[in-house]
Write a protein that binds this ligand. Structure first.
Ligand SMILES: [Zn+2]
Length: 457
């Protein structure tokens, strides 16, 4: 079979890339890559934050089936890695966040975290370190038989730590015109500032996004533009580093025998619906629509796939595309290029769940059943306070920005509700079983510290 390289760029919104219509030159390497392959216009993450999103990607299961909603649990098995092993494929990986070692520890045979320091000094050259590790791996193993390589770039994830030459590429808003605490938090220039900043402000980025959510903190247009500029700076820097991996695949004469796929795990809210970041309540496309670019032997150049597709379908399809044997029967007819397929896709967050079928999308409140009563009540209270309890129904063709709620159209809403309810009530899918595992206390404390430093807690 052919080789597979899967590149994930964390927090990358597709609409901030040229190949998805962005008007800033943020992504020359990805744009050229997209022109030579297939572009998925409506590829959905299975959730709105990193842990459930990647678990779904690597197991082919939705979060309501695998049950992993944090970094303290993980999938114990995956039909994806089972299939790769059955085909004698060597697996490798280089990731920007250390907690991936644990998250994917049972479903991917070899994952190297290129840094132990992301959570402590926010290494400015982390994307370059991932590229270096990926290229070294390809040089060492690229000609030893079929391989599958997974690379995870931290992408435009807050805080925006960048090498100086990339730090002010876009925009002309001066940091002096932005509140100093926001600059400190989102664009820390010194290691000490990050550590002290978190301690001093008790929660850092999470506190900021929470304050914005609850309307206690307002971001003026200048501040928001400055944030978007730094986001775009990060997009460009990651694009350059991903491009180095593309170059290595060419230089090592692997391109004709390798399927290369570039995705993001989720997007990022940049105040489109009055909120920031990801991992919160919302399941708007700002945060769940992802990048999906694929190039490889036999794939037509310049193809754009408009129909809704899901991350849970991606590995099964890539394996089929690469010519793998031993595919589970449910994967054998899966052709993501077939525009006539109309099956719905789903997204399951901690607070809400969503379904997309054709042009229509329904978002509905649904707290995950794993939470205890107290946590559930707390989440309900938060949604009630933010007036987030009602259904939202959108026509994505007419209203891609999700501004006109059509939930009053009862027959359509009821039909979409039924699709979502049937999915949520369905038993664990036929494509494998995974369960969350407990951690020892020290490991748990270490992961919690990392999550805090990344701004999630
Ligand atoms: Zn992520």
């Amino acid at each position: 079979m052919h080789n597979i390289v899967l590149i994930a760029i964390d927090t990358q919104r597709p609409d901030h890339l040229g190949c998805y219509g962005y008007d800033r030159p943020t992504s020359p390497r990805l744009d050229a890559f997209a022109a030579a392959g297939a572009t998925f216009e409506a590829l959905w993450s299975a959730s709105n934050f990193t842990a459930p999103a990647f678990t779904s990607l690597f197991t082919g299961q939705y979060p309501n089936h695998h049950g992993v909603f944090n970094f303290q649990s993980r999938a114990e098995s995956s039909p994806v890695s089972d299939c790769l092993k059955a085909n004698g494929v060597r697996m490798g990986g280089a990731v920007a966040f250390r907690f991936f070692n644990r998250l994917l520890g049972k479903v991917w045979s070899e994952v190297e975290a290129v840094t132990d320091t992301r959570s402590f000094n926010y290494d400015k050259r982390l994307p370059a370190a991932v590229s270096d590790a990926g290229i070294e791996w390809l040089q060492a193993h690229g000609h030893e038989g079929p391989f599958a390589l997974f690379l995870h770039f931290d992408g435009p994830h807050m805080p925006y730590r960048l090498p100086d030459e990339h730090a002010h590429r876009f925009g002309d808003v001066s940091a002096a015109d932005v509140p100093a605490d926001i600059v400190d938090m989102l664009f820390p220039q010194h290691l000490e500032v990050v550590e002290q900043g978190h301690a001093r402000r008790g929660g850092g980025m999470f506190a900021l996004t929470e304050a914005v959510d609850r309307g206690r903190r307002r971001l003026d247009d200048t501040t928001l533009q400055w944030m978007v500029d730094r986001y775009d700076d990060s997009v460009f820097y990651n694009d350059q580093q991903v491009g180095r991996v593309f170059d290595a695949i060419e230089d090592l004469n692997l391109a004709d025998d390798t399927v290369v796929c570039v995705i993001s795990d989720h997007g990022e809210e940049l105040m489109g619906h009055g909120h920031l970041s990801h991992a919160g309540i919302h399941l708007y496309d700002d945060v769940i629509r992802t990048v999906g670019l694929v190039r490889g032997p036999g794939l037509p150049a310049g193809r754009r796939i408009a129909r809704p597709t899901s991350h849970v379908q991606l590995w099964p399809w890539l394996l089929r595309l690469a010519g793998a044997d031993h595919l589970p029967t449910t994967w054998q007819d899966l052709d993501l290029l077939n525009e006539s397929l109309t099956s719905p896709v789903f997204c399951v967050g901690e607070f809400k769940a969503a379904v997309r079928c054709g042009d229509h999308k329904l978002i509905r409140r649904r707290i995950i059943p794993q939470h205890g009563l107290v946590k559930k009540l707390r989440l309900w209270a938060k949604m009630a306070l933010l007036r987030e309890l009602g259904d939202e129904l959108f026509d994505m063709a007419a209203d891609p920005a999700e501004t006109m709620n059509l939930a009053s159209e009862r027959s359509l809403r009821d039909r979409m509700r039924r699709l979502l309810d049937e999915h949520l009530a369905s038993p664990v899918a036929a494509i494998g079983l995974s369960t969350a595992a407990d951690l020892d206390a020290a490991e748990k404390a270490r992961i919690e510290k990392e999550m805090k430093d990344l701004g999630y807690m």
